[in-house]
Ligand binder design. Structure first.
Ligand SMILES: [Zn+2]
Length: 65
């Protein structure tokens, strides 16, 4: 069974949802970290408003603790 995690996903302009995604595979040059807290920054706001185009399904958020 594939291990799953929660991710904030860009669905469309004005819509970001929590979704279940598979835990990524980790290669020899990668690190897998457990995030306990996160927040948003200005980039996330621009993505939500459609001012910074990203692909549908992109996992957003990059301010982890
Ligand atoms: Zn940021």
């Amino acid at each position: 069974m594939t291990a799953m995690m929660k991710a904030a996903v860009f669905v469309e302009k004005s819509r970001i949802e929590l979704a279940d995604k598979p835990v990524p595979d980790v290669g020899p040059n990668d690190a897998l970290i457990r995030i306990t807290t996160t927040t948003i920054c200005g980039t996330d706001v621009h993505i939500l408003r459609g001012e910074y185009p990203v692909a549908q399904g992109l996992t957003v958020g990059h301010e982890p603790v």
